[in-house]
Structure formats: structure tokens, C-alpha cells
Design a protein around this ligand. Sequence first.
Ligand code: ATP
Length: 448
Amino acid sequence: MLARRLLCVVPHTRPAGLERHLRAEGWELFWVTDLSAVQRLRQRMGISCCLVLLDQVDLAITAALDAVVRPTDGAEWVVLCPGRAMELPAFRELVADAFFDYHTEPVDPSCLLQILAHAHRRASLRATCREAAPAHGADSLGMVGQSAAMARLRTQIRKVAVTEAPVLIGGESGSGKELAAQAIHHGSARADGPFVAVNCGAIVPALAQSELFGHERGSFTGALTDRRGLIASAQGGTLFLDEIGDLPLDLQTNLLRFLQEKTIQRVGGARSLPVDVRVVAASHIDLAEAVACGKFREDLYYRLHVLSITVPPLRERKEDVPMLAQHFYRRCSADLRTTKVEGFSRQAVAAMMAHDWPGNVRELFNRVQRAVVMTDSRLIAPDDLELSCDEHEHGVCLDAARTLAERDAIRFTLDRTGRNVTHAARELGVSRMTLYRLMEKHRIASPG
Ligand SMILES: Nc1ncnc2c1ncn2[C@@H]1O[C@H](COP(=O)(O)OP(=O)(O)OP(=O)(O)O)[C@@H](O)[C@H]1O
């Protein structure tokens, strides 16, 4: 639990009666009259809740509050205002979006203290979730997802990581092939060495030979100094050749020689230089087909194809979508210094589950990133993700419905059993361990 520290934002004078009640409840109090001092003090003092006391409400005050109330920076906000304040639409919206709760005059001390106690519990709970986030988010391989398909992929990655043979990674664009290559590198004995990624489709053909293999000074116009080349710079580590299907045929021949002999020859160089580099390659096109069309060397294909794994498309592991979305949301909110966004609405989750994700995980990342920046509300809606509502109204897939029903059942049962996991698990007919696993999957915080 966080310390009970309350920042009171007051118009001019402190309400003495309220101060007595708050202190009696164990609140440590801090007072400010100037809104611009709020964030600085809040962060410096580790304040869990902020109480704004307003004796009048207008558009100017609403705008000033809108600029400082940041529910995602760790504090919960409560406002005490005149009864008529809620008649002002802009103020009403701000309270609905950004505040934990409100209380209108005349003050009922016990009611207000109860609201603040709840706000404090929620701030503590969110602090606990934030601390636990890395463990619930990406695994040690940096990958997010708990679907059976991801479990299979992780097992395959662990198996291939410990060998020295080349690995060919298949999978649609944006599905996570480079991430899988990094995971292979980090799980291998070469983890302390460099991981060098090369996009074969992006290398300028005229410079490709020298980019990969390096060159010697004076070997061509402009070669003013010796250059190591990307293969040599991966010495002791892993070379990731992305979009290997785009490699020009002459380079395929040289690459094959390097794979067979473990040596390279720089452009303009006479000597063969030994290199100790493991190759992991990826392609979103079917290389066997490219071989059949004469676009890819058959011998190179078999050399690379010693071990192969396929990253499944996101539509085949939809149950990972909410967790991935949450992971990207956290990443994006951490990048933005201030954001009011607190997560996704139920409709947004349903729309994401119903979407087919042709651009796979990269598409999900891009949509979440855009939504976090552009949304005006506390919870990201389908529109913010540029997902049509029709998608979830007409096309709700069974997966989406199941996931939401499972999450609701767990939340409901936990609430009803006073967040007692043993009782909730018994009621839901699962073991305690299964319930903990499901709570993690749905990002429901564990009691305590
Ligand atoms: N399981 C995952 N967990 C977390 N992030 C992921 C996961 N899979 C992919 N990503 C993220 O999605 C984005 C796209 O992944 P990546 O670049 O590995 O895809 P790719 O298949 O190599 O794409 P391309 O075919 O276009 O080269 C990256 O930002 C990556 O970090």
C-alpha cells in the first residue's frame, strides 16, 4: 500500500473542519493554491491522491484543471465542487474522463472520506500493477503472448538457439520474425556477441557486395579506406539476414561460399578472411517457390533450411491480442511524458479481437501508438484504433466473445468473494493455479 498522502488544491483558505477529519483518518496533508505547483509537488512527495476543492466552476477553471489532471501518472483525483458544477458540460466531461470521483456540496465528511479511501486503494493497486508489469509483459526473450502458438514458438526458439546451424524463419510481414531472430541470438552461446540485422531488400545492389563483405582501400572509386562489411562486424555473434529472398543472385553465390567455408573475401582483397558468425535468415515469401521459379539458388536454400521455424500470423493467436495491445499501450504511454489514457474500452478490445490483422503485430503496434497519441478520452475506443465498430458488431468472432466472457466471469466472481482467490477458484471450477494464470492473462491484479 502507498502512504496516505493527500494533496489538497484549495482556492484560498483551508477548510479547517475538513482538515481535522482528514488528519483523523491518517492522511498526511499537503496544500497548494496554485495549480501550476501540483505536478512538481505530487511527484516530489510521492502523493497517491489529489483533492481539488472548488467554490465555483467555469470554463477557465475547467481548462486549467484539464491541463494538470493526469490520472496515468500514479495519482487518483477527486473533486469537491458546488452542486451546480455538473451542469457545465465541459466540466462534467472532464470529471467523467479524468477524475476518480466527485463530491458535491454540502460536504458529507464520511462520504468524502470513503471516496478518498477508495481512491487511495485504487492508486495503490495501480502502483502494484505497474511494478509487476515487466513480469506480466514481455518474457525474457522479449516476446509477449501466452497462446499455444506462442508457447510452441518459444520451445522451437529455445531448441534452435543452442545449436550453431543456420536457421530460416518464415512468417508473414510484421509477425515478429526479427524478434524471433533476436530471441535465438539471446538464447545462444553467442548472446554476448553482436546481433547484426541486414535488410537484404534495402541494400543498394551496386553496393551490396561491399556492404556485406567489406572492401579494401582503393578497390573502387570512393573506397578511401578499408571497410569491414556487415558479415565481419557480426564476428562472434549472429548475422540476421531479413528478406533473404531479395538478395541478388550473384550475392547468393558469395553468401553460399561464406556459409560453406566460413571465410569471406573483401571487394578488391586477395585473401580469404576467417569469420565466426552464425546466420539466421528470414523471408515472408515462400523460398521453395522462389527456388522453383529460378529466383533463389537451390543449394543456398538447403544450406539455410537446416533448421526452420515459422512465426504464426496474429489472426491465428487472437487470444494474444489484448496482452500485446496492453504491452504496446504501456510502451507508448511511457514514451509520452503526459497522457490521460488509461487503457482500452471493452468495445475496443472486442473490435481488436474481431479484426483480422493482415499487417500482424506491427499493425497492432501502429494502431495502438496512434490511438494513445490521438485519443481525447480516458479509454481508447474502436475509432481511436481506426477499427470500424461494424467489425465487432457484425463480425464478433467466437474467440472475442469467449475472452470477454471469461474475463467478466473472473472479475465478477473475485468481487463477489471479496477477492479471495481460493473461494473464487472453487466457484469457477478451476484450480488456484489456473485462476492465477487466467488473472495474469486478463491482466486482473492479484489481491494483495
Ligand atoms: N510477440 C511479440 N511481442 C512483442 N512485440 C512483438 C511481438 N512480435 C512482434 N513484435 C513487435 O512487432 C513489430 C514487428 O515485428 P518484427 O519486425 O519482428 O516483424 P517481422 O516479421 O520481422 O517484419 P518484416 O517481415 O516486415 O521484416 C516490432 O516492433 C516487434 O518488436
